[in-house]
Ligand binder design. Structure first.
Ligand SMILES: C[S@@+](CC[C@H](N)C(=O)[O-])C[C@H]1O[C@@H](n2cnc3c(N)ncnc32)[C@H](O)[C@@H]1O
Length: 265
């Protein structure tokens, strides 16, 4: 990365971290699936989030109910075809929503071999996710690490499946994220993700708006650029499983895209 880009990258990371630190604090204070993730004032009500994991996965039990907010924009876990015993990595794990769904699938019984690693750069999200894992009794199988998805704190070729839900659009260097995902996957492994993309480039002035970036708008690439970056990292084939209209920003239509991409075996 050039010096100018590095500086822009740091400013973007800081703005995104501040936004999601606030979301995590709000969710913890409200003790409910709340706090807006993707979505800004300019994006109106367009807020990915506040999903209810309790009904979906029957995870929450008893008085120590966890704060299971989802700030995602799709269901990458539903198409991940997870199997018991696998090692799963969740990029931008937030409060742990998808990581916990994955843990139930790869480690259906206590002591089973499957495990999940969540990586997130926001300390408040990590704190929320770790507290949730304890309350759910999943802390033996799920671990949350602090780090950037552009420089993963994960060993090469150590992961079977990577999940990510509404995160990569927030990264200043998306090509680096896909290169890192390819590095840590085992041959034959796959990436299963949901993310925001657009049908045409956003205006340059908007791309510099960090509040809009943190709300999952300004950082969105066109679908063609996004899929091109995944293929350039070495993934093939890349299979789009759904594309849903999410929000309109002037002339530009934004979509929530869900896909699987494979590392050749
Ligand atoms: C929209 S939230 C999605 C959280 C979670 N995946 C979910 O579905 O609830 C985005 C999350 O990604 C994290 N994040 C954003 N950019 C990141 C980066 N470059 N490296 C690591 N984490 C990042 C944020 O801290 C936040 O927790």
């Amino acid at each position: 990365m050039s010096k100018v880009l590095e500086k822009d990258g740091e400013a973007t990371h800081a703005a995104v971290r501040e936004h999601y630190a606030r979301s995590a604090r709000e969710a913890a204070e409200l003790s409910a699936g709340s706090g807006c993730g993707c979505g800004t004032a300019s994006a109106g009500n367009a807020c990915c989030g506040a999903g209810d994991i309790t009904g979906e996965a029957n995870l929450a039990q008893g008085d120590a109910a966890p704060v299971l907010a989802s700030w995602g924009c799709g269901s990458p876990t539903a198409i991940a075809a997870l199997r018991p015993g696998q090692v799963v990595l969740d990029l931008g794990s937030g409060g742990g929503y998808d990581a916990f769904l994955a843990a139930r699938a790869v480690a259906p019984a206590k002591g089973a071999a499957g495990r999940v690693i969540g990586v997130d750069m926001t300390p408040e999200m990590l704190e929320l996710a770790r507290a949730n894992a304890q309350r759910l009794g999943l802390d033996q199988h799920v671990e949350f690490r602090q780090g950037y998805i552009e420089a993963l704190p994960v060993e090469a070729q150590s992961v079977d499946v990577i999940l990510s839900n509404c995160v990569i659009n927030l990264a200043p260097d998306k090509a680096a994220v896909f290169r890192e995902a390819f590095r840590v996957l085992r041959p034959g492994g796959w990436l299963s993700l949901s993310d925001i993309v657009s049908d045409r480039p956003l205006p340059q002035a908007q791309r510099r708006d960090l509040a809009s970036w943190a709300g999952c708008v300004s950082g969105a690439q066109t679908e063609a650029e996004y899929l091109g970056a995944i293929r350039a990292a070495g993934f093939t084939p890349v299979e789009v499983t759904s594309r849903e209209a999410w929000h309109r920003e002037g002339e530009v239509q934004l979509f929530s895209l869900t896909l699987r991409a494979f590392k050749p075996g």
